[in-house]
Design a protein around this ligand. Structure first.
Ligand SMILES: [Zn+2]
Length: 148
């Protein structure tokens, strides 16, 4: 730690900066893949692969829906914040069924464990994920409760 990087630099798990860069549109825009032949959708992107349903090779970029419903909730509570994942404990990691049918795994932020229950509506928000080994922050999607 120093003045330039006041937060702890996590070393338990590292991200490849090149891979992080290549997958930036997935993290920023929930960009996945769609099969042009049968219409199946995936997240994350199926880069250089074929469609597992129809074996077609015409996969195009597809921006997934940015709202959905919580399917399964996993409360990660070790009694203290997990290094590299911010100051909040417990973390709520959920499987979310997006409105277009794609299932995604994400952390739920700004929500209490009582709010984040299966069936609750959530929407995509943009948050800091964690630091890369270079010290640069990695940003990307997380989900928050849909409050009207
Ligand atoms: Zn297909």
């Amino acid at each position: 730690m120093n003045d330039q990087f006041p937060e702890i630099l996590p070393r338990l798990e590292s991200y490849s900066t090149m891979r992080t860069w290549r997958e930036r549109f997935g993290r920023y825009l929930l960009r996945g893949s769609r099969c042009a032949d049968c219409g199946s959708k995936w997240f994350p992107r199926r880069d250089g692969l074929n469609c597992p349903k129809c074996a077609g090779l015409k996969l195009e970029d597809y921006d997934c829906a940015r709202a959905g419903t919580i399917d399964v909730v996993q409360k990660e509570d070790m009694g203290y914040p997990v290094m590299g994942y911010g100051e909040t404990a417990p973390r709520l990691v959920c499987t979310i069924k997006l409105d277009d049918g794609v299932t995604i795994l994400s952390e739920i932020v700004d929500a209490s464990p009582e709010e984040a229950v299966p069936g609750a509506r959530v929407k995509m928000v943009f948050r800091k994920h964690k630091r890369e080994e270079t010290g640069a922050w990695m940003y990307g999607y997380m989900f928050a409760m849909e409050r009207d």
